[in-house]
Design a protein around this ligand. Structure first.
Ligand SMILES: *Cc1c(COP(=O)(O)O)cnc(C)c1O
Length: 400
């Protein structure tokens, strides 16, 4: 995978031609590694000094590249990593990362349990039944060390976890099982990004109630955690011993009302190169279905990026890109590997020039939030959609 280790300034209106391999890239994702460090440091300042910070790097760090993001986050003040699956955890271990890794998703089978123990990953336990499978599997294995496990309570998300009312019995069961050691108890908010805190406060109250009842049974809890990015930014009462931040680490705000509370820098940009420029006459149709018809003499540019790279096809005829700091309209249906632009306004544009699909040029930006609003989805989904066939260029020096 390509990376600019020396982090040179890459002026986006000039072709990159320092190596044949690089010059030949039709499209790529740029990762501003310094922005990750900035975001983690800003979060670190916001979080109660007694609480640790987990960088959630599931789904290949929301499409940013898990290993680079994890290493940068750990160097910048995070001490935990969160992933969704065992293979995501193994990728980090294989890259030499030693920090504790929590698997946020569910795991069940004996093979998964052996892999967890072997790679020193830490599973989430969601039910008494699952806890018994873990204990029995470890009993019949030759694994001697107790496995650190994290108890998940459902306080209102209705996703993984045991209901908060049954928390005390569940925790007591796990406490008494051989081979397992409770490392933390946690829950997850359903509406932390909403300006209305009613449900979040209810979940917080339920979590508090469950913890009180667990403590009543004389059980010692080493670590409690509840907050995702939105809850972390909203209220320090949710920080407990650890916060789990995903989106904010990537420089996006979980909701507009949180913008004033912390300064975050977007990490990811998507770039592509112009592969051909041509003139078309009035009445000429552009792309599949001819959903765009030229109403005048036009110059159009073909760009080497399409929906197979993660550009949403539903943005056809509705998105803009940046070239030389100008906003340029995309025209016609977005195809699998290519899309077209109306570049009539830039007279001397050259084939090979770089187009910013998502990101910033001079004072113009096109953000994941813009796309999310247009497509009626959330920025989390936009970030996760860029496919692996886009190489990642890791820039070590921030350009903003
Ligand atoms: C994904 C996830 C997070 C991170 O959420 P953000 O909103 O991206 O900060 C935290 N906790 C759990 C359990 C998650 O699944």
């Amino acid at each position: 995978m390509l990376s600019h280790e020396n982090g040179r300034d890459v002026r986006s209106h000039l072709p990159l031609c320092d190596s044949y391999e690089w010059f030949s890239q039709r499209a790529w994702v740029e990762i501003d590694v310094a922005a990750v460090a900035h975001n983690i440091q800003q979060l670190r300042k916001l979080v109660s000094p007694g609480a640790e910070l987990m960088a959630v790097v599931k789904a290949d760090a929301y499409g940013h590249g898990a290993v680079t993001i994890a290493k940068t986050a750990l160097d910048s003040g995070a001490s935990w990593l969160g992933v969704a699956t065992i293979p995501e955890g193994i990728e980090l271990r294989e890259a030499g990362i030693k920090a504790p890794i929590l698997i946020l998703g569910a795991t069940h089978s004996a093979e998964q349990i052996y892999a967890i123990a072997h790679w020193k990953l830490q599973p989430t336990l969601c039910s008494p039944k699952q806890a018994l499978v873990f204990s029995d599997t470890l009993e019949s294995s030759n694994i001697l060390e107790p496995l650190p496990v994290h108890i998940k309570l459902d306080t209102g998300m209705s996703r993984l976890g045991t209901n908060w009312q049954e928390a005390a019995e569940f925790v007591q069961l796990v406490e008494r099982l051989p081979h397992l050691k409770i490392a933390s108890i946690y829950s997850h908010f359903a509406t932390a990004d909403s300006p209305d805190p009613t449900v979040m406060n209810l979940q917080h109250q339920r979590f508090e109630d469950a913890i009180a009842r667990i403590k009543d049974r004389g059980i010692d809890i080493p670590c409690l955690h509840l907050a995702n990015s939105a809850a972390t930014i909203t209220n320090s009462a949710f920080h407990y011993d650890l916060v789990r931040v995903g989106l904010a680490a990537y420089g996006l705000y979980p909701a507009p009302h949180l913008r004033s509370k912390i300064n975050l820098k977007p990490v990811l940009q998507v770039k592509a190169r112009i592969t051909q420029i041509k003139s078309i006459t009035p009445g000429t149709g552009v792309s599949y279905g001819h959903h765009y018809i030229a109403d005048r003499e036009m110059r159009i540019a073909v760009v080497g990026i399409g929906y197979a790279d993660g550009i949403p096809r539903n943005l056809s005829n509705q998105m803009q890109v940046l070239i030389r700091g100008q906003r340029i309209n995309q025209i016609g249906t977005i195809t699998m590997d290519q899309l077209m632009l109306d570049v009539t306004s830039i007279r001397d544009l050259q084939e090979g020039e770089v187009v910013t699909i998502l990101g910033q040029e001079q004072d113009q930006k096109i953000t994941a939030d813009d796309w999310a609003n247009q497509l009626n989805t959330i920025s989390w989904e936009i970030l996760c959609s860029f496919k692996h066939r886009l190489p990642r260029l890791n820039l070590k020096v921030s350009r903003r």
